[in-house]
Every structure is written in C-alpha cells, then in structure tokens.
Design a protein around this ligand. Structure first.
Ligand SMILES: *Cc1c(COP(=O)(O)O)cnc(C)c1O
Length: 402
C-alpha cells in the first residue's frame, strides 16, 4: 500500500510541500530504512526505560552531551527540561507539578528569545521572567543580552534560563552559560530547527548549554512525533523519570543507571511528562534516523538541492510579476532555498494571495511564508520530493495565470 492509497482512502489530499519540515504538514519524510526499523521495533516487547538508556548512549555519542533521551518532539523536550530543572531528584516536587509555587519555578527568558514555543517552558508549571529589550528586533538599538541583566534576574526562585538558538543568537550562549553556571542555573536551549548543519548537534553543548532540545521530525528525518533532549546526566535522568510509566511496585522497580535511585527521594508517581510518552517505535526510529543524519554528506545533498532549485527557477522564469533567486546554503547557513519575489503590480496578487492560491490549487502546494512581509515566498526544498519539482513550477505559473 502506498502513501497515496492510505491518504486517498481517508479522503485526505496529498500536498506538495515546498515549505520545509512544518509540523502542520507532517514534518520530515522518513527514509525506508527508518520506516523498516520502526516496523520491526513494533513487533517485540522491551523495557522502555532500558531502551531510553540505550538511546542515551547513542545521543551522548553523537551530541557530545553526557546523556540524552527521546521525547515526543522538541516542545516536549523543553517542557521536560523545565520540569527536571525545577524538581531535580525531589519526588515530592515531581508530584506537585505543575504547581510549583513552593520551590524554584522561574525561568528567565530574554525578550529577544520569546517565541510561540515559549509556552512549552511554562507548561511544566514554570513562570517566565522576561529580561532585556528587543532593540535588535525592533531596530531601536544595538544592545543584546548583558551579564548584569541575567545576574539581576537570578534569585532564590530561579529554576532555569531559556535560550532560543539561531544563527545570530548563538554568539550570546557562552556568556549566558558562564553567568548561569556560576549560579547553578541550568541553561535550556531550544535548538529544534537548528539542523542542518549537523555540526550543531554538538555545538550548543560545547558552548555550555546544560540541556538542548532538537526536533526528530525535522531535518533529522525521524518520526514526526519525536525529538531529543540532550545534556547533563542528572537533569536528563530527572526528565526521563517524569516521562516514563511509573505504575510500578517500589519493591521490584529496577530503573537503568540513568535514573539515579540513590539521589531520588522516593519512587515517583506518573510525572508531568506522562502524556508525552515516547513509544518503542519512535525511540528506535529516531535513533536510526539520527545515525543516518550524522553520516549524510551536507555538501553533496546541498549541491543536489541547489541544482533542483535552479531548474525550478528556470521553469518559473518569465512568469509575470515574479522574480527568482536561488540563495545558496553558504548564505542561509542551512540548505539552499529559492526565493520568489512577488511584484503585485505585475502578478496581480500579493505574496500571501499567491500562497493562498497555491494551497487551494490541485494539487495543493505549500511554500514558506516566512519572508512574505517583504513580498517573498520561499521554496524550501527540505521535504520536497524530486518528482514534485515540475508540478510545483507548473502550479506557480498557473496560479499567476500565465
Ligand atoms: C519546530 C520547533 C519547535 C517544536 O518542535 P517539535 O519537535 O515540533 O515539538 C520548537 N521550537 C522551535 C524554534 C521550532 O522551530
């Protein structure tokens, strides 16, 4: 049975995805090898904590972190990271979450690092404490995060520091890590979409992050509902015990070493992460995808994408009101993309109107709207199937009516 059969049978349209590994479009597509590993994993029983301990060894080897675990996505990893930072090994605190008023529960976050995903920190029961100004974002000034501002915000209620990584913000990470380490405050890095380059798997840990969250269903090419939490062993262990099924007899419970029973103040109940359970299929699929991802050749893959985008650009060229520009990976810091600049006078529609027409077409086509404010739609080829290149170009021409 093919993907087309499955979705057609459900009355759901297959979509051409030139918008990237968006969760709402199903994230990455998995390689046959990953699919096969998940199917095989589905057919035997294992101890999930033991499987997570094995995942920890693989994630540690490939990220340089002390430990790691498979989560149900980067957002889940951020919530678990926050929970672990608030509870450490204290079972009563684990039982109290999300009600954390009686112990450290504040997560410091620079205003420049606020995203729609900040909710994931708060979901553990934390309170976000905003610091600094967004001068660079608003264009009002040049100043970014400064050590004294972090120092001033840290107090007895501080549980963690939230850091949203991107190609620009990463330069501030060593400073943040230095200030927070001196005060014993874990730095949690949201690096969900910071792959490729695969060097970033190690980079944030190297720069001093205590915990790092990656999406498994984006560039890594794992199951859509998977992610990674990598970092300090004590914090990963405290996160893991709040994710796994804990309907156990204290007398017979035998967790892996990653869950340090000598530090736990008792046997926890189901934790705040119980609803984020990673299944054996997701754990195995993520690990197989991660091993493939680290051995892939970024330069060779980018060269192929660059040629495909150039061909799409040629096929679109001459469409009225549209100009094309292939932006190489060396400029994006990630993968090459094709920008379609929409001149409303020529095209008869704005960038967002064109995007809406493409989404409503047959077949439906999705391009990235992240630069639509400057009249640009972006063809992000990360998930685009080669067989969809020509239909994509045809759909763009059709949508403009030329
Ligand atoms: C995608 C994304 C997330 C959420 O990742 P999931 O794996 O879908 O949970 C969090 N933060 C950022 C910056 C993202 O891009």
């Amino acid at each position: 049975m093919t993907a087309n059969d499955i979705y057609a049978g459900l009355g759901v349209k297959r979509r051409i995805n030139a918008a990237g590994t968006l969760t709402r479009l199903g994230g990455a597509l998995m390689a046959p090898e990953v699919v096969a590993a998940m199917a095989a994993a589905a057919r035997a029983s294992v101890d999930i904590a033991e499987l997570q301990a094995a995942a920890s060894r693989t994630i540690a080897r490939l990220t340089g972190a002390e430990a790691g675990m498979v989560t149900t996505g980067a957002a889940a990893a951020l919530t678990l990271a926050t929970a672990a930072s608030m509870t450490r090994w204290d079972v009563a605190r684990m039982a109290a979450l999300p009600h954390a008023a009686d112990f450290p529960h504040e997560v410091i976050i620079p205003r420049t690092h606020r995203t729609g995903y900040s909710h994931a920190f708060a979901a553990a029961g934390a309170r976000l404490i905003d610091i600094g100004h967004n001068d660079r974002g608003t264009g009002a000034g040049v100043r970014g995060i400064e050590a004294w501002e972090i120092e001033a915000a840290i107090g007895p209620r501080t549980a963690a520091f939230a850091f949203s990584a991107n190609i620009d913000s990463v330069r501030d990470l060593p400073l943040v890590a230095e200030v927070c380490r001196a005060r014993g405050i874990p730095v949690i890095v949201d690096a969900a979409a910071q792959l490729p380059p695969k060097a970033n798997l190690r980079r944030f840990v190297e720069l001093g992050a205590d915990l790092v969250a990656f999406s498994g269903g984006k560039a890594i090419g794992g199951p859509q509902a998977s992610g990674i939490l990598a970092g300090r062993r004590d914090l990963v262990g405290a996160a893991l015990v709040q994710q796994i099924d804990m309907d156990v007899s204290p007398a017979t419970w035998s967790p892996p070493d990653l869950i340090d029973r000598t530090k736990l103040t008792g046997v926890p109940h189901h934790g705040i992460g119980r609803g984020f359970k990673a299944g054996k299929e997701e754990i195995v699929g993520l690990l197989v995808a991660l091993e493939r991802f680290v051995t892939s050749d970024d330069d060779a893959l980018n060269a192929v994408l660059q040629r495909r985008l150039e061909a799409i650009a040629r096929a679109i060229e001459g469409t009225r009101g549209l100009s094309t520009r292939v932006v190489p990976a060396s400029v994006t810091g990630r993968i090459p993309v094709l920008e379609l600049a929409v001149d409303p006078a020529g095209a008869g529609c704005t960038a967002l109107e064109l995007s809406a027409r493409l989404q409503q077409g047959d077949p439906p086509v999705h391009v990235s709207e992240r630069h639509s404010a400057r009249g640009v739609l972006t063809v992000d080829p990360q998930v685009l199937q080669a067989e969809d290149d020509a239909p994509l170009a045809a759909a763009v021409r059709r949508a403009i009516g030329s």
